[in-house]
Design a protein around this ligand. Structure first.
Ligand SMILES: O=C1C[C@@](O)(C(=O)O)C[C@@H](O)[C@@H]1O
Length: 221
């Protein structure tokens, strides 16, 4: 598949591919984008598998402490990003890995790929001020889209994510995990979150919708 330069997604539903079966489901799935979680797959996928998805693709290779499945040396992780870069439309890098992977961001920019910079909090909800600082740092380092996923247990947590979207200085994504995860995802996608994740094969994060169900609900919401 030839990869043309993508414009920024708007309220797009992303189906995550984190199992080999995910590659089979993706081509027919009624979603806007797909994400390949190379770190969660049993082995690095063959290029044909990525080409077979036939949808705009995000490449993600997370470290264990970022919610990923890989305990690899940073050079190896960078190599994986470089290897798959021509086959995708965007790369997703966790904010804390930006300095280690600055070469990947540079290569993505040169080849016209979108750069998504993510921040995850699997324990709670950061303050609005902290999220704003993270956004500023990410944009300074080249982020086209800044994405936050954090635990939403009560209305205040959802409000923090809505506020993050509302005050963002460019394209942004926000989503809850846990108790109010699903409810927050519908609301945030409707409120303009650029990328909104759901599972294709099996749940990956507490609070995700099945991706096609999510897309259908959003059309009605
Ligand atoms: O950053 C994200 C968002 C996510 O963690 C979620 O909460 O749906 C799912 C991940 O695969 C993706 O890289």
């Amino acid at each position: 598949m030839r990869r043309k330069k993508r414009s920024l997604p708007q309220s797009a539903v992303v189906g995550t591919i984190h199992t080999l079966r995910g590659f089979k489901l993706a081509p027919k799935a009624d979603v806007d984008w797909c994400e390949v979680r190379v770190d969660l797959l049993p082995r690095p996928p063959e290029p044909e598998l990525l080409n077979g998805v036939k949808k705009p693709l995000i490449l993600t290779v997370r470290r264990g402490d970022e919610g990923g499945g890989l305990a690899l040396a940073e050079e190896v992780r960078a190599e994986l990003y470089h290897e798959y870069l021509p086959l995708v439309d965007a790369v997703d890098i966790e904010a804390r890995s930006l300095s280690a992977l600055e070469g990947v961001v540079a290569a993505a920019k040169i080849s016209g790929k979108l750069v998504v910079v993510s921040f995850h909090d699997f324990e709670g909800m950061p303050s609005s001020r902290r999220l704003r600082r993270i956004e500023k740092g990410a944009r300074d380092d080249g982020a086209d889209i800044v994405k936050v996923a954090a635990v939403t247990t009560g209305p205040r947590d959802v409000a923090v994510l809505l506020d993050f979207l509302d005050g963002a200085e460019g394209a942004a994504s926000a989503m809850g995990m846990g108790e109010l995860g699903r409810a927050s995802r519908l609301l945030l996608a409707k409120a303009g979150s650029a990328l909104n994740y759901g599972w294709l094969d099996k749940p990956q994060v507490p609070g995700q919708w099945q991706a096609e169900e999510f897309a259908a609900l959003l059309r009605q919401a």
